[in-house]
Design a binder for this molecule. Structure first.
Ligand code: T4K
Length: 379
């Protein structure tokens, strides 16, 4: 297919940039209909009817018994860290993630213990986690990186065996399932992000998901300043509430998310078809019974090649991104926690490029991006 592609004159002066992602946008009328309800009720926030409705629908979609929505994914992590860990706890986590996984730990006074990742799945290497557990830690934070839930069943077993809490940063994993267990029954709880760049979004937003009623009660208290009733403030909480306008976007987007995932899959498969047969490119090994195709990560053999491809794409206004480079343990404030060697994470982080992928990215654009990637690799 690539051989037959020619650069058209239009392509040479291509005006439109292609971003790494674009948010799914539902028909405006459906959103306006819910905004009208908000206008009518004048309930704008503080757990209004749309937040209640959104949580009810999310429970069904995610097959989870407890879903508590919050203002963003970082707050979801922070509320969980605060609920399940203590200040000073040593927490095993991955260096190959977005900064929020780590910075939220530091913000809550915990010490990250970075453990290397699996070379195929890019998630925490469970054998290395086992070794680290023997050295003594107090908790675990694993990430379903790019939505890949690989290894989470074994991590869940390890956390039970060692009696330490396990939190999943599931910011990328909306709509993902694992065989046998539903994703959100694993570990103590998961944090979701509904940021505009996610495959399901509420502009900004997030959720804590679990099957633990007590934990859910605690999170609900904490997200609302710790207020239990008009005259009773039980704990020092924070304002992590989701507004009605954000929840309305969630209610509408839930109607479309499965269509968006299907469209993503088509584009993801096309990239794989076009690129996988060439040497020098590695794809993530995804292990899920249902995947969400949230990102299109590819790993090049060296940082030099990756940066060359990145630059070549940017010259054509194709804004692929280096998610996640530098890795979370390589930031000025996190380096001091790099007590283990992390060669795999280092290699993946230096070679990674996340290609554009979103539901209405045209298949022609997938072809074009693939062609430019291959051309740039050969230079
Ligand atoms: N844990 C993990 C593993 C995470 O990946 C994240 C967030 C979190 C926790 C924390 O969740 P939140 O607190 O964010 O809910 C983005 C997002 O801001 C961030 O949510 C996300 N991960 C991270 C992976 O990516 P940037 O700085 O790379 O995004 P930005 O603004 O450069 O956007 C990328 C492209 O998307 C733009 O070039 C154009 C397009 N875009 C973006 C926005 C915001 C749009 O078309 N429309 C938009 O509204 O961080």
């Amino acid at each position: 297919m690539l051989k037959n592609m020619r650069q058209s004159p239009a392509e040479l002066v291509r005006p439109d940039p292609i971003y790494v992602t674009r948010p799914g946008i539902p028909p405006l009328g459906e959103y306006v209909q819910l905004l009208r309800k908000i206008w009518g009720s004048r309930i704008l926030t503080n757990h209004g009817p749309l937040v209640v409705e959104f949580e009810r629908r999310l429970k069904r979609y995610l097959r989870a018994s407890q879903v508590d929505v919050v203002a963003n994914g970082t707050l979801a992590l922070q509320l969980l860290y605060k609920t399940l860990f203590r200040r000073g706890f040593k927490i095993i986590t991955t260096p190959f993630t977005f900064v929020a996984t780590t910075t939220a730990l530091l913000w809550e006074g915990m010490t990250p213990v970075f453990v290397d990742i699996d070379p195929g799945t890019f998630n925490l290497d469970t054998e290395l986690v086992k070794e680290q557990l023997e050295k003594g830690v107090d908790g675990l934070v694993a990430v379903h990186v790019f939505g890949n839930p690989a290894g989470c069943v074994s991590l869940s077993e390890l956390s039970k065996t060692w009696g330490i809490p396990l939190i999943f940063d599931a910011a990328h994993a909306f709509g993902v399932r694992v065989t046998g267990d539903d994703l959100f029954e694993l570990g103590d709880a998961s944090a979701l992000s509904f940021h505009a760049t996610k495959n399901f979004h509420t502009f900004e937003g997030g959720a804590v998901v679990s099957s633990n009623q007590r934990l859910s009660h605690r999170v609900r208290l904490l997200r609302n300043f710790g207020i239990a009733s008009e005259e009773k403030v039980e704990v020092p909480g924070i304002n992590a509430k989701m507004s009605e306008a954000h929840a309305a976007m969630g209610v509408v987007n839930l109607r479309y998310v499965d269509r968006w995932i299907k469209a993503r899959k088509e584009r993801y498969d096309r990239y794989v078809d076009l690129l996988a047969r060439f040497d020098g490119l590695q794809f993530q090994r995804v292990e899920a019974s249902r995947y969400n195709y949230a990102y299109m990560p590819v790993v090049f053999e060296s940082r030099r090649i990756r940066d060359g491809v990145y630059d070549a794409l940017h010259q054509r206004r194709i804004y692929a991104r280096k998610y996640f480079y530098p890795m979370a343990s390589r930031l000025p404030f996190s380096r001091k926690f790099e007590s283990n060697r992390l060669p795999v994470a280092q290699r993946v982080s230096q070679g990674i490029l996340t290609l554009p992928l979103y539901p209405d990215l045209s298949l022609d654009d997938v072809d074009r991006v693939s062609k430019f990637v291959l051309e740039a690799m050969r230079h």
